[in-house]
Design a protein around this ligand. Structure first.
Ligand code: AMP
Ligand code: ZN
Length: 112
């Protein structure tokens, strides 16, 4: 999608601090980290919100990619959180689905 920030990051038109990429997904550090570790995992195809998603394999791959990266970065055993915000009341600000992965400090629940 031509005017989507995350599609532009995938295309390399906007720089990012990339962690991982394969044929399906792309992962990069969040520009406004809310924890010592905070990265995003996104599908390479444009999907605006979780309400628009129907590919269970792709959604599962986002989660397993977050887990793999948390292990590779060394904070998986201490713990982490994965979350996807949907629409306004869910706190979504970028309308290309993304899984947040946060770790490196004690996280509180509920997040607010
Ligand atoms: P959400 O509020 O769930 O839509 O999350 C969007 C996330 O994207 C926020 O945590 C932002 O800090 C992050 N973000 C926005 N622009 C960029 C960017 N250019 N590079 C990396 N992360 C970004
Ligand atoms: Zn997009």
């Amino acid at each position: 999608m031509s005017d989507c920030l995350f599609c532009k990051i995938i295309a390399g038109e906007i720089p990012s601090n990339k962690i991982y990429e394969d044929e399906d997904v792309f992962a990069f550090h969040d520009i406004e980290a809310q924890a010592p570790h905070h990265f995003l995992v996104i599908p390479k195809i444009h999907i605006s919100t979780l309400n628009d998603a129907d590919d269970a394999h792709l959604l599962g791959k986002l989660t397993l990619t977050a887990s793999k990266i948390a292990k590779d970065l060394g904070f998986a055993d201490d713990g982490y959180r994965v979350a996807m915000n949907c629409n306004e009341q869910g706190g979504q600000s970028v309308y290309h689905i993304h899984l947040h992965c946060l770790g490196g400090r004690q996280l509180k629940w509920p997040p607010g």
